[in-house]
Design a protein around this ligand. Structure first.
Ligand SMILES: Nc1ncnc2c1ncn2[C@@H]1O[C@H](COP(=O)(O)OP(=O)(O)OP(=O)(O)O)[C@@H](O)[C@H]1O
Length: 201
């Protein structure tokens, strides 16, 4: 489902990383770890097609990554550093928007938002939310929408203890539904839940 072979990214004269191989089958989660600036987000951008690797080949959901390709975006869900939400919309409206754009029902919105810890804010504009509440809303959106692949960049950021436990359950739900998940993280419990760990140095 996700295959990277011999992937490298060179910045100016230096290789950020090179000869990197990654294979994530459906239903598996791979964690990417390593120090700040090691290249974790850069690799995720390569997997989503936001950035071209300098060398190597990548296949995601059977396609060459291209974030501009609607067919690719419909199969690959992503939460990156710069992912955003609609500040003027409420969580309920975000879910309605997702359900509408994918032409699906998402089930009981109230239960989903309650589970995300946003039950009491279901009908308030998200622009006034705290950092952790925004992150919960974006994580909910990224995981309830249909996806074969889920790419997460430090999803634990801004989450409280309960939020981090919820995050672990979201990833487990996604892999149980057959998605291939790649998560760059500094949160050790996510490593324990991962099927493989790719360590950047
Ligand atoms: N297109 C680019 N042009 C210049 N520098 C870049 C480019 N892409 C990545 N870098 C640099 O590569 C390094 C790795 O960045 P990256 O965000 O991938 O690290 P990271 O492992 O995700 O770090 P963190 O744990 O801090 O999030 C940084 O020094 C960054 O400035």
């Amino acid at each position: 489902m996700i295959k990277a072979s011999g992937v490298g990214v060179r910045i100016a004269d230096d290789w950020l990383f090179s000869e990197l191989d990654l294979l994530v089958e459906p239903g598996e989660c791979a964690a990417i770890i390593g120090p700040n600036g090691a290249g974790k987000s850069t690799l995720l951008r390569c997997l989503y097609g936001t950035q071209e690797p300098t060398s190597g080949a990548i296949t995601v959901a059977g396609m060459s990554p291209d974030e501009r390709d609607v067919a690719f975006r419909r199969r690959v869900s992503v939460l990156m550093d710069d992912s955003d939400f609609f500040a003027e919309l409420t969580p309920t409206q975000h879910l309605e928007l997702l359900a509408g754009s994918f032409g699906i029902t998402l089930g009981d919105f109230g239960a989903l938002l309650e589970d995300a810890g946003l039950g009491e804010r279901a009908n308030l504009a998200a622009g006034a939310f705290s950092a952790g509440q925004r992150r919960r809303l974006m994580l909910l959106g990224a995981t309830v929408r249909p996806h074969d692949v889920l790419l997460l960049d430090e999803p634990e950021r801004a989450l409280d203890v309960a939020g981090k436990e919820w995050l672990t359950s979201l990833i487990a739900r996604s892999t149980a539904a057959g998605a291939a998940v790649v998560v760059a993280t500094h949160h050790p419990p996510l490593l324990e839940a991962a099927d493989s760990v790719l360590e950047f140095v």
